[in-house]
Structures are given as C-alpha cells and as structure tokens.
Ligand binder design. Structure first.
Ligand code: AKB
Length: 323
C-alpha cells in the first residue's frame, strides 16, 4: 500500500520544498500539505492543503484520520533567533508539536515520523571543529534546548514504544524558493537576495563567523534518504549529525564577488552573534555517511552560482509582472 504523508509546517523554508519533492516522488495526492495559516500561496495552491495547528492534538489527529495518514514530517518550529525573543512560545510550539506527533505514533494512528533537529543542540562547551555525533551538549539557546530535549524524547519513544522516528541535525539551509524566518544562519540566504536587489549587504554576524551550511537540494535529499532507508539501517534514534560545507560571511561575499564584482558587504553583529558563537564551526557526520550512505553534492561555488541564477530570474519576473 502506498504511504500517505502529512507535512506539518509545509509553508516554511524546508517544508515547502519537501512538499514538492515528496509529491514528485510518491504521487501528488499522497502528500497533504498543512500549516497554521495560508502563508505560502505556492504551496496552498499546489495540491491538497489543510489548516492544522501543530500545538493542538485534535487538529493534527482530525487531519490524520481524514486522509488515512501513516507518515508525518513535522517541520513546524520556532528557530533560534526568534526563540530568544519569545522563549516560552518557542518551548511550547517546539515541544507540544513533537509530543502530539510522537503520541499519535505511539497510539498507532501513524507509523513513521520525521522530526528535524539542528546543530543548535550543541553549545559553547562542545568541541567546535568537526564536532562528533557523541559529545558534550549544553545548548545555550531555547531553540537548542528544545531540540536536545526533543532528541531525547524521540529516542525514548523509539526504545520504549517502538516508534519509528527518524531525525537529522540540520545545519544552516540555503535556498531561493522560500525565505527562512527567525534563524541565525538566515544571513546566508539574505546575502544573495541583497546582492541582487541592492548590490550591498549589512551582515548581522561578524566576517569570520564560520558555521556549518548546506544547500536545500542536499537537505531534501538527506531527508528523503533517511526516511526511505530500511529500519535496520537507522542505528541512531535521537538525531544524526549531518554536514556538507562550512563557511564565513566573508567567504560567501568573496564567492558572490566572482559573479558580481561590485558587491559590497559591511558587518554589524547583533544578538545573533552570541548564538552563532555558541555553535560548531564544522560537523563530523560519519554515522550518516556509514549507516544510510549520506553524501552531499553542493559546494559553496555551486550554491552561489545557483542562488544568483535563480534569484535573478525571480526578481526579473517580478519586475516584468509589476510593469
Ligand atoms: C537557525 O539558525 O536557527 C536554524 C538552525 C541552524 O537550526 N537555521
């Protein structure tokens, strides 16, 4: 029998691209997109869409029963920077939504769960270079705390109740279709938009802040691959380290300048600098590469080329429509 999939948080940066990919792979009507509001019309108008409140168990369960859902991708979350402004809201959204989905799986309404974790599970006391899977984890952001606690609960539900939950510690994700919102790594998307629209970007992180990053196509591939892997291949039920590349704002700016030589950048670090400084510079993802054969494809030069090409097209099309 074909799997019936629900994506919660389908209007967001990763949820939207995941929705398109899963529909392409598993059939248009097999994938139900949902979110708390109609905030992304490309998604809302692209197929079956439902309003689902991830913090309300009944709201999720009604949708699961309506469509006979067996797999949930829970992509709704409050990210690191917004989480520092609204700590209790971040805690409530990130934890309640996870419990609702894990409890639906425990009660056998659904069979399989994908839940994203993040490099934010690591903190200032974690080794920064090539951070291993198993290491000191003392996150200093509310977002990081929710992700670390969430990982513990995922593993617990797997061990105690046999829940098939799979998870990845995403690095910063770079994409051109949907903007990210409220993250510390968001600069690495904004910089490309500003390069096209203004030829200038004032970066909220300092020029030497190195962070782990990944192109959206790689992130989607990792998500699809871990969910398609056999049950036996998944040895880690908390969350897998996942890596592609690492770079600093200065390095992205230099890579943009190879295409747009007049591009300028300035640096005005704000409260997000402390968050970035608490995270690893690079990640060791040997377990993902070994257990389910993870391999990334995009390097910084490839990302810059693709981002500038696609954003150029997008802004030119918008201008044409306006005129
Ligand atoms: C953020 O910056 O908060 C996220 C993340 C690294 O999880 N992009």
């Amino acid at each position: 029998m074909k799997s019936k999939i629900l994506i919660i948080g389908a209007c967001g940066q990763i949820g939207s691209e995941l929705t398109f990919k899963l529909r392409q792979l598993y059939g248009h009507d097999q994938v139900i997109a949902s979110d708390i509001s109609y905030s992304n019309l490309d998604i809302v108008n692209s197929g079956i869409f439902e309003i689902v409140d991830a913090q309300n168990y009944a709201s999720v369960k009604v949708c699961v029963e309506k469509y006979g859902i067996d797999t949930i991708y829970l992509m709704a979350a409050m990210l690191s920077a917004t989480g520092e402004k609204f700590p209790m809201k971040a805690w409530d959204l990130n934890m309640q939504s996870l419990f609702h989905v894990l409890n639906l799986a425990r009660a056998k309404f659904i069979k399989k769960v994908f839940w994203p974790s993040s490099i934010a599970v690591f903190g200032p006391t974690t080794p920064k270079e090539y951070t291993p899977q198993y290491t000191v984890m003392e996150p200093s952001t509310v977002y990081g705390i929710t992700k670390q606690v969430g990982e513990r609960w995922c593993e617990y539900y797997h061990n105690k109740y046999g829940v098939d939950v799979r998870s990845l510690r995403y690095p910063g994700i770079i994409s051109w279709k949907t903007l990210p919102g409220g993250g510390t790594t968001d600069y690495a998307v904004e910089i490309y938009h500003k390069a096209i629209t203004d030829g200038f970007y004032d970066c909220f992180l300092s020029e030497k802040t190195e962070l782990p990053m990944m192109f959206m196509d790689d992130a989607i591939k990792a998500t699809v691959d871990i969910m398609a892997a056999s049950n036996d291949a998944i040895k880690i039920r908390s969350s897998y380290n996942l890596a592609a590349i690492s770079f600093t704002p200065h390095e992205v700016a230099e890579s943009i300048k190879t295409h747009l030589p007049d591009f300028r950048i300035s640096y005005t670090p704000d409260y997000r600098q402390d968050i970035a400084d608490s995270w690893p510079k690079s990640i060791n993802d040997a377990y993902a590469r070994q257990d389910w054969k993870w391999k990334h494809a995009f390097k910084l030069e490839d990302i810059t080329k693709e981002m500038l090409l696609q954003l150029n097209k997008k802004y030119s099309a918008a201008l044409k429509e306006f005129n």
